[in-house]
Design a protein around this ligand. Sequence first.
Ligand code: BV8
Length: 257
Amino acid sequence: MSANQASLPDELVALLRTKPSLAVLTGAGMSAESGVPTFREALSGLWSRYQPEELATPEAFSANPQRVWDWYQWRRELVVNAEPNVGHRAVCRQERSFPDFHLVTQNTDGMHQRAGSQEVIELHGNIHRDICSRERIPVTLDENDPDHPPACPDCGAHLRPDVVWFGEALPSDALSAAHGIAQACRVMLVIGTSSLVYPAAGLPYTARSHGATVVEINPQPTPLSDEADYRLEQSAGTGLPALVDAVLSTADGGDAQ
Ligand code: BV8
């Protein structure tokens, strides 16, 4: 048993060994160990002079489409050159081992899918897809990495990343699925999120109010920390694999997958 496993609460491991209905909610911290900056870190360096509202909003895009497009091109490049990490792969192991498993992510980087997760509910869209900024229809770019926002072939308006900006509604099908999952799950793992952005940040509270056990995996405290039933003050790449190993290990009664 590793040192990380030794520090896990026995009752949490025992509960997870019963293979209850399991929901996993992830944020940008899930991809931090892949070298992808978290959302707040993505406002660092040459982007540090901007607040999220100056880049991740429809107003910011209409005021300066080039600047917003450049920010996303910079982020896309980082993601394309990064690899899923051991934390993403631990989520895939859970998906294979738990009969009733759901993954809900706030991340737009597509890393869960690249790691092999089969069903991913993306609350905030996906940075690798583009849509028309006027018609909001998906558009596949024929040129690679244009250094300016391309024009929609249908109406000529700028294309934009297919992500949910501040002040925009989340995709209704994804949000209602996520609410249903939060109400029905027996355990919710909340991994690598600052728990600041709503309505996603409300999901663990919904789960808790419906009787779920909420576990936070984050090296830093968040507004959720005091509400969570368990806090693993570890990174996604350390805490989650240790928990999955402890639950699925054969040595003491688990069934490794
Ligand atoms: C909406 C896509 C309404 C873009 C993002 C109450 C209810 C509803 C809305 C609101 C509300 N109160 C306020 C609002 C408005 C707003 C909001 O929540 N504002 C906040 C700032 C107060 N919400 C909205 O505008 C939402 N829209 O509600 O619309 C509506 C309804 C109908 C019709 C019209 C409108 C839209 C919110 C979505 C915004 N888009 N992303 C893009 O990616 O560019 S959100 C953005 O923040 C990220 O994508 C991410 O999804 C989200 C949260 O960030 P995190 O993932 O948590 O990342 P962060 O950097 O913050 O933190 C990283 C964490 O990881 C840290 O805790 C760190 O400790 C930890 N960490 C670091 N390393 C590791 C680690 N953890 C583990 N392991 C590690 N190695």
